[in-house]
Design a binder for this molecule. Structure first.
Ligand code: GLA
Length: 382
C-alpha cells in the first residue's frame, strides 16, 4: 500500500497511517466464552490503513483487497450484509456513537491487508481493532487498549452478530513483541509471558480450505456450552465451565447424562488445565512438553469439541512427523494450524506437510514462518 493509492482512490492526500497485526492462539481454544484462560500472540501479518479527515459526517471506506468502496453516513449506520467487510469498520463507528463518543467529522480510510481472509488468523478482529485504534487517535477519545478491545468486541457481537469471546480483539489490541498474552477471559486480567522457544520456531500452516458454516457452528458450540452450564450451575457454585476441575468429570458425566454435552464440558475443563501447564512449560523452556500439550489440545478439539475436520487433522498429523507438536488454532473447521518445530527443520516440515496434505486432500498447504509482534501502531504522515 502506498500513499498514492489513497490519493488515486479518494482524490485527496492522507494524513495518517496505521497498522494492526493478526493473531494465533497457542493454546486455550474455544474457552474464551467459557471463562477460561487463553494464550494468544500477535503475529507479523497486518491490516494497514491510510486515513484522511473529511468536512462532513460521512465515512468513505476503500478496501484494496476487494477493490470496493463504501460510503456511509455516520448518523445513519445499520448492518447491511451486502456491504461485506465494511460492516467491521462501520460497526466500530456505530458502537462509538452509541456509547456517546463525539465524532465531529467523517473520515476517508483506505484499507489493505496481507492477512489471509477467513483463515482463522483474525483478519476481522484486526480491522476492528485497527479502526477503533485510529478513531481513538484521530478523535482523541482517550481509550486505553483494553477499551479498544471491548469496543471491537461489541462491534463484532452487536453489529456483526458473532457471539465470540474476547480473545482475538484483546490480543490484537494488547499484543507485545516476543510475548504471549496469558488472558483471564472472565475477569479480563492479563499478563505477558516471554515466548522463548530456543532453537525452535512457531510455524503457521494454512489449509487453504474455504470456510463454510464456521459462524453458525461457532454459535452452536456457544449455545451447547451455555446449556451445559445452566444444568451444572444447579450442582456447583460456578460462573463458567472453566471453573470446573477434571476431578469433577466423573460426576459431571452422570449429572449431564448427555454424551455430547459431556464431551463439550470435558474439552473446556481439560483445555483450561492444559493452558496452565503450557505456561509452566514455557517458563521452564520445556519444548517437548509444549509439543505434547499442542497435540493433546488438538485431539480434544477433534474428539470432544468436534471443530477440526479432515483438513486440520491431516495437516497436524503430517506436521507431527517433523514438529514437536501441532494443533489447529482459532475457531477451527478449516483455517490454520500451528506447529512448534526445530528452526533448521522448517524446510523439511514444509516439504512433508505439503506432500502429505496434497495427497490426502488434493489441496496445497502453505507454511508461514511468522514473528511475534506488537499491537496497533500509527503515525502522522510528514
Ligand atoms: C474465534 C473467536 C474467539 C475464540 C476462538 C476459539 O477466533 O473469535 O473468540 O472463541 O474462535 O478459541
Amino acid at each position: 500500500m502506498e500513499i498514492k493509492d489513497f490519493t488515486n482512490a479518494f482524490g485527496v492526500e492522507p494524513l495518517y497511517i496505521f497498522s494492526a497485526p493478526a493473531r494465533v492462539n497457542l493454546i486455550g481454544e474455544h474457552i474464551d466464552y467459557n471463562g477460561g484462560h487463553v494464550l494468544p500472540c500477535a503475529i507479523s501479518l497486518f491490516t494497514k490503513a491510510l486515513v484522511g479527515k473529511r468536512n462532513d459526517q460521512n465515512v468513505r471506506l476503500y478496501s484494496e483487497n476487494t477493490e470496493k468502496e463504501v460510503i456511509a453516513d455516520l448518523n445513519n449506520l445499520k448492518y447491511d450484509e451486502s456491504l461485506g467487510w465494511a460492516n467491521y469498520p462501520l460497526g466500530i463507528f456505530y458502537i462509538l456513537i452509541s456509547k456517546g463518543y463525539h465524532l465531529p467529522f467523517g473520515l476517508d480510510i483506505y484499507y489493505s491487508s496481507n492477512i489471509p481472509l477467513a483463515s482463522g488468523l483474525s483478519s476481522s478482529a484486526s480491522i476492528l481493532d485497527l479502526t477503533a485504534y485510529l478513531c481513538n487517535e484521530i478523535y482523541t477519545l482517550e481509550l486505553d487498549r483494553k477499551d479498544i478491545a471491548m469496543i471491537a468486541l461489541e462491534a463484532e457481537r452487536k453489529y456483526n452478530g458473532l457471539n465470540c469471546g474476547v480473545m482475538d480483539q484483546a490480543i490484537i489490541a494488547l499484543g507485545k513483541k516476543n510475548t504471549c498474552l496469558y488472558l483471564d477471559t472472565f475477569r479480563f486480567l492479563h499478563r505477558y509471558i516471554p515466548l522463548n522457544l530456543l532453537d525452535y520456531s512457531l510455524v503457521v500452516m494454512k489449509t487453504n480450505k474455504p470456510r463454510v458454516l464456521t459462524e453458525s457452528k461457532y454459535n452452536e458450540r456457544v449455545e451447547e456450552c451455555q446449556k451445559a452450564l445452566s444444568i451444572l450451575k444447579k450442582y456447583y457454585i460456578i460462573n463458567n465451565l472453566c471453573d470446573l476441575k477434571s476431578r469433577d468429570l466423573p460426576r459431571i458425566e452422570k449429572l449431564l447424562n448427555d454424551d455430547l454435552l459431556y464431551r463439550r464440558v470435558r474439552h473446556c475443563v481439560t483445555e483450561e488445565e492444559r493452558v496452565n501447564k503450557f505456561v509452566l512449560a514455557l517458563e521452564d523452556n520445556d519444548i517437548s512438553e509444549l509439543g505434547r500439550l499442542l497435540d493433546e489440545s488438538h485431539e480434544s478439539l477433534k474428539n470432544d469439541y468436534e471443530v477440526t475436520g479432515l483438513h486440520l487433522d491431516t495437516i497436524c498429523e503430517a506436521a507431527r512427523r517433523v514438529a514437536v507438536g501441532a494443533r489447529m488454532t482459532g475457531a477451527g473447521f478449516s483455517g490454520c494450524a500451528i506447529a512448534i518445530v526445530k528452526t533448521k527443520k522448517i524446510p523439511e516440515l514444509t516439504r512433508v506437510v505439503q506432500k502429505e496434505y496434497k495427497e490426502k486432500t488434493g489441496l496445497d498447504a502453505e507454511c508461514l514462518q511468522i514473528s511475534v509482534v506488537d499491537g496497533p501502531k500509527g503515525e502522522l504522515l510528514g
